[in-house]
Ligand binder design. Structure first.
Ligand code: ADP
Ligand code: MG
Ligand code: MG
Length: 466
């Protein structure tokens, strides 16, 4: 039976719906789809189910496979950008004048470049996010929203959602035509880490710690010890020796895994000093500062300019074509004629665009009439160069139930965003690993512009390939 027909049946049968929802929540908890509560983010005494969709969401198989196939090229691209100081300097020149946070990150990048790199091993763990844009002839095309290069979330649940959806399908006579997918992300991601002692650097609010524990468990199974510290711990009790080995609490750190450090409010002055020390150290950084900068919205916009991808892949027109096919319209707000045109275009049709600052973590973009308000304020000054403008992707809404604690259960029109995980390891000039290792589907109500997983605005989902 197709999902739509099942939904119609459930809408008219509240008892059956309640029964299914109760079962779904229990199975989610039993499968380990568990999250701490927003009231007590630093305690595991009270936990709840990770917000999820009752049904998988149909995704055209071709678009799904396209997203998986292009991932290793995005891995290569991000890796190349992170090693290209001239490109980063030019791409971010206007941004760092207007955005203090990017400027501070760039200062660290410059410092490390001038001092000379000490660690030849580079590890990247990315998630490239997409939405399906509804074309004029109702053909949907895969469009990239962004690439995340730091503190990429989703592990620990990505293989669990299909498990729950599969259970509901097979054990509840809820037959859904299509294919749910095997998602192997969790274990492969941990494989990329397996080098030595690892420092998980975490932020104050630890709602998602149970997902971090999943990675810690994988590492522990391989006898690799993990220590968890905050910036302030590194700042107080961290040091470099003469060989630039990083020590924290007397332990040598081989890998720093950042689960923080992507937002200005993660940093105090001491935290900035600690970040610089870690970047200068011999430890492998996940990600290093160049890779973090390669994930900025400004870099994404510059990459969409004619000829830029070609510079990174000079003899690979097919690769360029495959990457470019996923780009939505991206527009500069740099001072000058081109930026002026962008302002004009956005003011004339704000609902067709998203205005993006250089921020991560959701909730920072500007939509609709707010775009006009912000642009009116900044359009004459260099302040506008802190932003880029992007075409707004218009996905076709799909009906689903989102199971979220503290939210009433109701059928909603939903939009989904597909994230594809990429991992690479390079030693000097040799790429040792370059893989696509899994996917994450997130779903939100079409009525909200964006929302985070931990706040319950969006839910985890699984793709049903059609
Ligand atoms: P962040 O780094 O904060 O996650 P994103 O660029 O991913 O920033 O934007 C956050 C959210 O905003 C996305 O998850 C998506 O829901 C929405 N969004 C971003 N860009 C677009 C776009 N071009 N069209 C439609 N929605 C978008
Ligand atoms: Mg992001
Ligand atoms: Mg995002």
């Amino acid at each position: 039976m197709a999902t739509e027909a099942i939904l119609q049946r459930l809408i008219t049968n509240p008892e059956r719906l309640k029964d299914l929802v109760d079962k779904a929540k229990d199975v989610a908890l039993q499968s380990g789809m568990v999250i701490r509560t927003k009231e007590k983010p630093n305690s595991s005494e009270v936990v709840t189910y990770y917000p999820f969709s009752l049904f998988p969401t149909p995704v055209p198989k071709a678009a799904f496979l396209q997203a998986l196939a292009v991932q290793t090229h995005f891995n290569t691209l991000v890796d190349k950008i992170s090693q290209d100081p001239d490109f980063l300097e030019e791409a971010l020149a206007s941004t760092i004048q207007a955005d203090d946070f990017t400027a501070k990150l760039f200062d660290i990048y410059r410092h490390v470049q001038q001092e000379g790199r000490t660690q030849p091993i580079v590890v990247g763990l990315l998630r490239s996010d997409y939405m399906l844009d509804q074309g004029e002839c109702r053909t949907s095309s895969l469009k990239q929203i962004e690439i995340n290069t730091i503190s990429v979330a989703g592990f620990g649940v990505i293989d669990r959602v299909p498990e729950v959806h599969r259970y509901l399908r097979t054990c509840n006579s809820v037959f859904i035509i299509g294919l749910t997918l095997f998602n192997q992300g969790n274990c492969v991601l941990s494989k990329s880490f397996c080098r030595a002692v690892i420092l998980f650097l975490f932020e104050d609010v630890q709602t998602s710690i149970i997902n971090h524990r999943c990675m810690e468990k994988e590492l522990c199974n391989r006898n690799i010890p993990v220590i968890r510290r905050k910036f302030e711990d590194v700042s107080r009790r961290g040091s470099l020796d003469d060989d630039k080995k990083l020590f924290v609490d007397g332990l040598e750190v081989a890998v720093v895994y950042y689960r923080t450090g992507y937002m200005p409010n993660h940093y105090t002055e001491q935290a900035w000093d600690a970040r610089l020390m870690m970047e200068r150290s011999l430890a492998v950084k996940l990600p290093d500062i160049g890779t973090q900068l390669a994930g900025t919205k400004k870099v994404q916009q510059v990459l969409s300019k004619p000829g830029v991808l070609e510079k990174f892949f000079p003899d690979q027109p097919r690769v360029v074509e495959r990457i470019r096919a996923t780009f939505a319209g991206l527009y500069t707000l740099d001072m000058g004629l081109e930026g002026d045109k962008t302002v004009e275009m956005a003011l004339a049709a704000p609902d067709q665009f998203v205005l993006k600052p250089q921020r991560e973590g959701g909730g920072n973009n500007i939509y609709g009439s707010d775009i006009c308000q912000v642009l009116q304020q900044v359009k004459e000054s260099t302040e506008r160069t802190a932003y880029i403008l992007m075409d707004k992707i218009q996905p076709t809404p799909v009906q689903n139930y989102m199971l979220r604690r503290d939210f009433p259960l109701q059928i909603s029109n939903c939009d989904s965003e597909l994230g594809v995980f990429g991992v690479y390891v390079r030693q000097g000039k040799d790429t040792v690993m370059n893989e696509c290792v899994g996917h994450l589907l997130r779903t939100k109500s079409s009525e909200v512009s964006e929302g985070g997983l931990t706040t319950g605005i969006c839910v985890v989902d699984s793709p049903l390939l059609l």
